[in-house]
Every structure is written in C-alpha cells, then in structure tokens.
Design a protein. Structure first.
Ligand SMILES: [Fe+2]
Ligand SMILES: [Fe+2]
Length: 249
C-alpha cells in the first residue's frame, strides 16, 4: 500500500482508506478500529479512540503487499448501479441466508445451556433484535433507497427528473440508513462483548462453537456491507444527486 504521511492522518478518513484498498479493512478490524459505521472519522481520531498509535497503523498498512491486489476489488471505481447490484446480490443475500440459520443456533444453544450460562440468554436477546432490525433495514433499502438511486442514475443518462419532478432528496433516507447502521454496529459490539470476542468456552458443544464462528463471520460481512454503503455508495449517490440538480437547473 502506498505510504501515508503522518500529516495526512489528521485529514484522511478511515472510510476513505478502506475505499482505496479494501485490504486495509483487515488491518483496522485487527486493531479494533471502526471503519464502517464511523468511517468518516479521520485516521488520527479513529486511532485515538481505539487507543492505537497512528504509527502502528501505518506500519501495518505498509506491510500489505504491493502489486498483487487479487481479491481486493476497487469498489470505489465501480459504476454505481453495478455496486448497488453487488451489495444486494452478495451482502443482502448473505443476510437472508444466514440470519435464520444463526438464529436457530442461538435459540438451540440458549435453550440447552442458558440455565447455567445466562449470558447466552443475553446473546439471544441481542441477536433477535439485530435480526429484526436488519430485516426491516434491508426492506427499506430494497423498496425505497436503492430504487431512488437507480432513478438518479437513469436521470443522469436520460436527463429526466426522478420521481416525476418531486422535490425529494436522498439526504434524509441516507441519514436514516446510516443511523440504523450505527445501531446495528452497537448490537454487534454487544455480541462481541457477551461472547468474549467469539471465544468458545473450553467445554462448549459443537453447536455453540458453530454459533460463535457464524456470528463472527456475520460481523465481518456486515462491516464490509456497511462500509460499501456508508463510504462509497451513499457519498457517490449524493454527489450524483447534486450533479443532476445542477444539470436540471
Ligand atoms: Fe444494505
Ligand atoms: Fe444498509
């Protein structure tokens, strides 16, 4: 990865660093730096909050191999409609497939071991809330926000005004989605805390181990998902909206 000077650390955001090179996400995740819900924080600010020195982060980023970027797509260079399709086909599909499966495990493990390990009941409660919130959130994006973005894309190419010329803006729905992302992030943080960073107890049964592994996988997928929306899709859609309004007079 190219070198970032310490001066830039107080200007560049962690979301931008991950948008530039998705592999930075692994470094940030490892060092406990939130790059998705709080991707708008500068690197310096994010480091201070995570109690990690900027030098440590820069050192880790500089160790990412240069040249071979296989598996590190330049999402920020993708056409907007393609990125929206990718998010739906990969990340929304992941949640529809995995939330019910993890829920089954969570309920099974809580029923079997919750009487002597009450933290598992708290895990179940938080997971149930996360699942319900996420399913409602996906619906809002699929029924309202993403179609809105598609309208903006086609308005840009056909010079027609989206939604029949109604004076509606993306700003409010995007603010709402970002707020929901933050809340989902706080529920994930609780799950991580209650499960001791997804570490299985020594006597954990296989269902319990699988539950923890799947939850950690869910966390990683959701962080990428939120990063792609907060740090790439939403800012680009807002910029397109401004551009369209300028063209439209
Ligand atoms: Fe989404
Ligand atoms: Fe979202």
């Amino acid at each position: 990865m190219e070198t970032i000077s310490p001066i830039n650390a107080s200007a560049i955001t962690v979301g931008q660093l991950v948008a530039d090179d998705i592999r930075a996400a692994e470094v940030f995740k490892r060092l406990g730096i939130d790059f998705c819900c709080n991707g708008k924080r500068t690197l310096a600010d994010a480091c201070a909050r995570a109690e990690v020195s900027v030098d440590t982060v820069l050192e880790n980023l500089s160790q990412l191999p240069t040249g071979n970027r296989l598996g590190s797509e330049r999402f920020d260079e993708w056409e907007l409609g393609f990125l929206a399709d990718y998010i739906l086909n990969v990340h929304h599909a992941y949640l529809y497939q995995n939330l019910p499966f993890i829920e089954e495990l969570v309920w099974k493990v809580a029923a079997k071991h919750g009487d002597y390990n009450p933290t598992l009941l708290m895990v179940r409660q938080v997971f149930d809330e996360l699942k319900a919130d996420l399913l409602a959130h996906l619906q809002k994006e699929e029924m309202a926000l993403f179609p809105f973005i598609r309208q903006l894309i086609s308005a840009n190419t056909t010079e027609t005004v989206p939604f029949g010329g109604q004076a509606v803006s993306l700003k409010a729905p995007i603010d709402c989605m970002e707020h929901e992302h933050s809340y989902a992030g706080s529920l994930l943080a609780q799950l991580r805390e209650f499960t001791n960073d997804y570490t299985p107890p020594t006597d954990a049964c296989n269902s319990h181990r699988l539950m923890l592994a799947k939850m950690e996988e869910l966390e990683g997928d959701l962080m990428r998902h939120i990063h792609l929306e907060n740090n790439i899709l939403f800012p680009k859609a807002l910029a397109l909206e401004v551009k369209n309004s300028e063209v439209g007079g």
